[in-house]
Every structure is written in structure tokens, then in C-alpha cells.
Design a protein around this ligand. Structure first.
Ligand SMILES: Cc1ncc(COP(=O)(O)O)c(C=O)c1O
Length: 445
């Protein structure tokens, strides 16, 4: 039987008061002894300290356009680097397999309550270690090995967990794939419906790693109902925009919503699952003990911090700026001669074709990297290719927006990408000059 723990809000309040009144630091506050000690690390392990410094410099000295990345706040980093990292906490609040969980239980309860409020969900599980772990748990809750699943085909933008033969999903389930129209790049819902009728899947997955437009969850729901399938929304990319009310929410439509917490949402690396009350127990058991052991309580606390941040007006303004910046960047790329899939974006995410500038996607990504611009390649719709696809570039505007860049800078970023792809010798210096004006972690004060 799991050990039952009691929560102690009064202990937390007392600890907070003691810390606030403690002393000598700025504002009468002395940081706790466990606060991450970089100077100590530098002395003890200069090799790893050097890696941390080099990575921080790399992140600040280039343009970080990987669509799945962002710069988490110092508050999120503080929770990640806290003694909650030391705590084992198998199970759920109030029903743990380890003793001493009464304090971390509060963190998980707060994370769950904040996630439920933020997304209007009846149930939230905040323990998945990653987006992939969240999808694994969703399948574990709803499916049996060998079941048929309909998802976006990988070459069209499905994630590895949507049926890749190299992933558990493709090994354990029988996936059928839908795609996007090679001419428009848009989802063809009639094709999804026809495939659902033909394959009679046990679950339909909607979600993508590179689709720049909003999904119509109501149509997916209708198709799933018609064939008696579960609807799983893998909202890893849009969930931050959903939090801000800038993208349609899958919560009212999907049986299970899987997400990551580290993209536009700007939390720690990790996953979460939202669902209705009727699936709550199955989802919880699918996460622990079926697919995971103890939750990482520092990450759970950091997720709570991120959900708290995402509920603010400041985050809503940030998310609006992300979309405005992505649109400005897409427009700038098109002006520079890189066609943008679907002609633009509804989200933080853009895919574009560098071929008119005389470079294939890998070459273009390498040239951008040489200029300090970090982005990915992904498959784009291409009617001229017999496969209907050809590699292109994928990028997102979440990180540069966190740095404080606006539409003017986003337009400049489009020009810098084009300059880099054309091997303009000034591209690197111009990129560094831009990013140095917008440090991701400016010194406080
Ligand atoms: C649609 C989608 N699903 C799942 C994942 C997996 O997330 P993770 O890398 O945290 O496992 C991602 C990651 O980018 C994603 O885009």
C-alpha cells in the first residue's frame, strides 16, 4: 500500500516567512544555502562548468529558431535547480510509495490545479518526463498492442510517436497515415475521414511537428465519433498558444490531450496529459506505474511555476507577440525568395523552402548554422516530387520573442536567414550584432 502523506501548507508559509525575514541579501533576503552555486561548480568541476558557460554563450550568441525550444524564466530554472530534485515520489499526492512526500505533494497539487484551470480540463497529469512519455501513456491507457491508429504520416509532419518504425509506436501498433495536400500544404479533412472509414482505427491522433496552421478539432472529433475511435490530440506545439487563448483548444474535443511544457509554454523540459474525469484513473495508472517510475518533483514544481506564469496577462501579451513575430518572419522570408508553406502561419511555427536560393535544406541549415542561426530541416509539401514531399527548413519564433524581439527584428531575421543561405560573408556578424542587443538572460538590475 502506498504511504499516505499529509500536506502542510502552514509549514510552507512558515518557511517562506523565515526566508523572507532572514537577512542580509538584497531586499533583506538571503538566498538559501542550496541555491545553485555556480562558483562552487567552477571550482569543483571546471570541465562541466565550462560546458555550462559555453552552452549559455552559444544560446546567447546566436539566433535560436528551433521551433520546439524557448528560454525558461529564472523562476522555472530556480525550481529545477532546487532540492526537490533529491526527492523520490512514486505515486500521486496523498498516495505515495515513499515517505516524506508531504511537501512535494503540495507542488504536484498546485501544478495539477493550475494546469486544470489554465486549460479548462477536468483532469491533469503533470508527471510525464517528456512529450513522448505523455503519448506513450495515452496509448497505454486507450489501446492494446496491435490496435490500428490513424495519425499524420511522418513524412507529412507526424512525430516519431505517431507510428515511426524506429519508435515504440510503430513497433507496437498498426499505424495508417494521413497527409497534407501537396499543392496547398493544408490538411485534407475529407482524406482523414476516408482513411478513418477504411481503417476503422481504435484511435485517431491529431497533432504535428511542423503544421503551421490551427487544427479543426471539431472535425477530428466528428470523424472519430463516426468510426468509434478515441481522439488523441498531441498538442505539444500549440499548447502554449492554447494557454493564452490564441489557438483553438483541443480540450473540449479530444479524449486525451498530450503536450510538452517547454515550447511556447516556456516551462521546463517535460510533458503533461489532460483528459476528462472518466479517463483520469486510466491515464494516471498509465503514467505511473505502467510507463514511468518516480516523478521528477523539481520538474513538477517547475511546471507549476510555468503554468502560473502562463496564466498572466504578460504571458498572453508574449504569446500574441510570438504569433505577430512568426507572421512577420514568414512575410520576410517570402519577400527574400523563400516560399513559405501554406503562405504563412497561425502559430509560432514556419516552414520554408530554400531551393529558390540555390541550396537544398541540409546545405541551407549548415549555412545558417555557420552564420549563428540555429534551425531545423523538415519535409515540405512538393507537388513536383513523386513522393509529394521535399526537405525544407523549419523554425519558430518563441525564443526570439522571449528575448524581447518584435516584428522589426523578426523581419530582419528573415533577411539574415536569406543572407546566410546565399553565403553572404556579413551574415554572421550581422546576426551577432542583432542578438547581442537581446540577451536571453539579461543581468538583473
Ligand atoms: C507533436 C510532438 N509530439 C511529441 C513530441 C515529443 O516531445 P519530447 O521530445 O519531449 O519527447 C514533440 C517534440 O517536439 C512534438 O512536436
Amino acid at each position: 500500500m502506498p504511504a499516505t502523506t499529509t500536506s502542510s501548507r502552514s509549514d510552507i508559509t512558515a518557511a517562506r516567512r523565515e526566508a523572507a525575514g532572514a537577512g542580509a541579501g538584497p531586499g533583506g533576503y538571503t538566498p538559501p544555502a542550496w541555491t545553485p552555486d555556480f562558483a562552487g561548480l567552477l571550482e569543483q568541476d571546471p570541465e562541466i562548468a565550462g560546458v555550462l558557460l559555453a552552452e549559455a554563450a552559444r544560446q546567447g550568441d546566436g539566433l535560436q529558431l528551433v521551433a520546439a525550444e524557448n528560454f525558461a524564466s529564472r523562476a522555472v530554472l530556480a525550481a529545477l535547480g532546487s532540492p526537490l530534485a533529491n526527492k523520490y515520489a512514486e505515486g500521486y499526492p496523498g498516495a505515495r510509495h515513499h515517505g516524506g512526500c508531504e511537501v512535494v505533494d503540495l507542488a504536484e497539487r498546485l501544478a495539477v490545479e493550475r494546469a486544470k484551470a489554465l486549460f479548462g480540463a477536468e483532469h491533469a497529469n503533470v508527471q510525464p518526463h517528456s512529450g513522448s512519455s505523455a503519448v506513450l501513456a495515452a496509448y497505454a491507457a486507450l489501446l492494446r498492442p496491435g490496435d490500428t491508429v490513424l495519425a499524420m504520416a511522418l513524412p507529412h509532419g507526424g512525430h516519431l510517436t505517431h507510428g515511426s518504425p524506429a519508435n515504440f509506436s510503430g513497433r507496437w501498433f498498426d499505424f495508417a497515415g494521413y497527409g497534407v495536400d501537396p499543392h496547398t500544404g493544408l490538411l485534407d479533412y475529407d482524406e482523414v475521414r476516408a482513411l478513418a472509414r477504411r481503417h476503422r482505427p481504435k484511435a485517431i491522433v491529431c497533432g504535428s511537428i511542423c503544421y503551421p496552421r490551427h487544427l479543426d478539432y471539431a472535425v477530428f472529433r466528428e470523424i472519430a465519433d463516426e468510426v468509434g475511435a478515441y481522439l488523441v490530440a498531441d498538442a505539444a506545439h500549440p499548447i502554449g498558444l492554447v494557454a493564452a487563448g490564441l489557438a483553438p483548444s483541443p480540450v473540449p474535443y479530444a479524449d486525451v490531450v498530450c503536450a510538452t511544457t517547454h515550447k511556447v509554454l516556456r516551462g521546463p523540459r517535460g510533458g503533461m496529459i489532460l483528459c476528462g474525469a472518466e479517463l483520469a484513473e486510466r491515464i494516471d495508472r498509465a503514467v505511473f506505474p505502467f510507463t514511468q517510475g518516480g516523478a521528477q518533483m523539481n520538474a513538477v514544481a517547475a511546471k507549476a511555476v510555468a503554468f502560473g506564469e502562463a496564466a498572466t496577462d504578460a504571458f498572453a501579451a508574449y504569446a500574441r507577440q510570438v504569433v505577430a513575430n512568426a507572421r512577420a518572419l514568414a512575410g520576410s522570408l517570402a519577400e527574400e525568395g523563400l516560399p513559405v508553406t501554406t503562405g504563412g502561419t497561425d502559430t509560432h511555427l514556419i516552414t520554408a523552402d530554400p531551393a529558390p536560393l540555390g541550396a537544398d535544406a541540409r546545405t541551407a541549415r549548415g549555412r545558417c548554422a555557420a552564420a549563428g542561426i540555429v534551425l531545423d530541416t523538415c519535409a515540405l509539401p512538393c507537388p513536383e516530387d513523386p513522393s509529394g514531399r521535399r526537405p525544407g527548413l523549419r523554425m519558430g519564433a518563441a525564443a526570439l520573442t522571449t528575448q524581447g524581439m518584435g516584428e522589426d527584428e523578426a523581419v530582419r531575421v528573415g533577411a539574415l536567414i536569406a543572407a546566410a543561405v546565399r553565403e553572404d560573408p556579413g551574415a554572421r556578424a550581422a546576426t551577432v550584432a542583432l542578438v547581442r542587443r537581446f540577451p536571453p538572460y539579461p543581468h538583473p538590475g
